[in-house]
Ligand binder design. Structure first.
Ligand SMILES: C=CC1=C(C)c2cc3[nH]c(cc4nc(cc5[nH]c(cc1n2)c(C)c5CCC(=O)O)C(CCC(=O)O)=C4C)c(C)c3C=C
Ligand SMILES: [Fe+2]
Ligand SMILES: [Fe+2]
Length: 339
């Protein structure tokens, strides 16, 4: 970091110009204890993009009821999937950034951040700017656009940019729900996972995170993006894919059919062998490893199913890193001559 030539003595130091790529995911608690989960849920569920109820009505319910009951239950769930290196979602996102570190040449910094919790978007964005990044690609790692995920991650970054005197130029990664690179990566990953099973599933379920149903009528394209991903995936795999939506939250009507109800209905109707994949999650997390792989299996087997397989997300597998490298490279076009 040097002051420019011919600069006055009090000229602030200027870093060598660079480009930044900030991978952003949802966020996760710092620990699997009720206190950490409470802090995380307090931030997450106070986001007006996530719970679209006026704060005056919602905050008393959140602070008075939900944050006094849910953290203990959720902490128990987190403890089932917690790893030595922490939360699975953070571990996989960190690994994705580490594996992409040298993918775009020496002038491009790759980092990661979380919308809720740590590492915070503002902190990592500031670190990128301090390191000289004058152009930054914000990359929310959600294949399907949703206001509650994609938009709020970008909002958080823009809120920090609003505090900067010298703002970097910004691009945002568009949703990639129908990108042949994404569908191809899913196809390869799922085909490999299926080939490793010792049974042939009668049904393959693609389980996406749910959303309140009213968001569809309000113009959120999330539902359509999920439907298109499932259709393209079925075409690519050459087999039917049953779509379902998981992780219902609160009393409102959510997008359906619900994954848990679908598993039970299938078993009751005579299906014995299923595989479940979660294409909307770019990394395994609580919602896949606990809700699908543990509780989903229990529901299916209790209802009479005999064989259940949860197929992992793309995570930091080679096929995933190659997909991310290609998708990000395309967005960096004109900013960088790629190696
Ligand atoms: C992949 C897309 C996601 C959408 C869309 C989404 C919407 C959404 N989620 C909640 C409430 C909760 N989600 C929770 C966990 C969670 N959600 C996603 C992703 C999406 N959420 C991920 C990746 C995770 C896992 C985080 C982790 O640490 O592993 C939770 C917390 C866990 C719990 O207590 O059950 C809640 C709560 C709402 C209300 C919503 C849309 C309106
Ligand atoms: Fe969620
Ligand atoms: Fe739709």
């Amino acid at each position: 970091m040097n002051p420019p030539v011919h600069a006055p003595a009090d000229h602030p130091p200027i870093a060598k110009p660079r480009i930044g790529v900030l991978l952003m995911n949802l966020g996760t608690p710092d620990g699997a204890d009720a206190k950490s989960v409470k802090r995380y849920l307090g931030e997450f569920l106070s986001d007006r993009r996530v719970v679209e109820i006026p704060a005056i009505a919602w905050q008393p319910i959140l602070r008075g009821i939900i944050l006094n009951t849910r953290p203990k239950k959720s902490a128990h769930a987190y403890q089932q999937v917690w790893r030595e290196d922490g939360s699975p979602l953070a571990a996989f996102t960190r690994a994705q950034a580490a594996r992409l570190k040298d993918a775009f040449g020496p002038g491009v910094l790759v980092d990661w951040a979380m919308r809720y919790g740590n590492p915070a978007i503002a902190e990592r964005l500031q670190a990128m700017k301090d390191a000289g990044c004058e152009r930054i690609l914000l990359a929310p790692l959600y294949p399907q656009y949703c206001a509650a995920t994609t938009a709020t991650a970008n909002d958080k970054a823009f809120a920090h940019l609003a505090t900067m005197r010298w703002q970097p130029a910004i691009r945002t990664l568009p949703p990639y729900h129908d990108d042949p690179l994404y569908i191809g990566a899913l196809k390869t990953s799922i085909a490999e996972s299926l080939a490793r099973l010792d049974f042939e599933p009668e049904t393959l379920i693609a389980s996406f995170h749910g959303m309140p149903k009213r968001t569809l009528a309000l113009g959120d394209p999330y539902h359509c993006h999920c439907q298109k991903t499932a259709r393209l995936l079925a075409d690519a795999l050459g087999r039917p894919v049953t779509i379902a939506f998981q992780s219902r939250f609160g009393p409102a009507k959510w997008l359906g059919p619900a994954t848990d109800e679908t598993l039970v209905a299938l078993a009751k109707a005579g299906t014995r062998k299923v595989a479940v994949v979660a294409p909307g999650f770019s990394a395994d997390c609580l919602e896949t490893l606990e809700e699908l792989a543990i509780r989903g299996r229990e529901s299916f087997e209790e209802a009479g199913g005999t064989h259940f397989a949860y197929l992992p997300c793309l995570n930091d597998e080679d096929v995933s890193i190659e997909m991310l490298r290609n998708i990000v490279s395309r967005e960096l076009e004109g900013w960088v001559r790629l190696p």
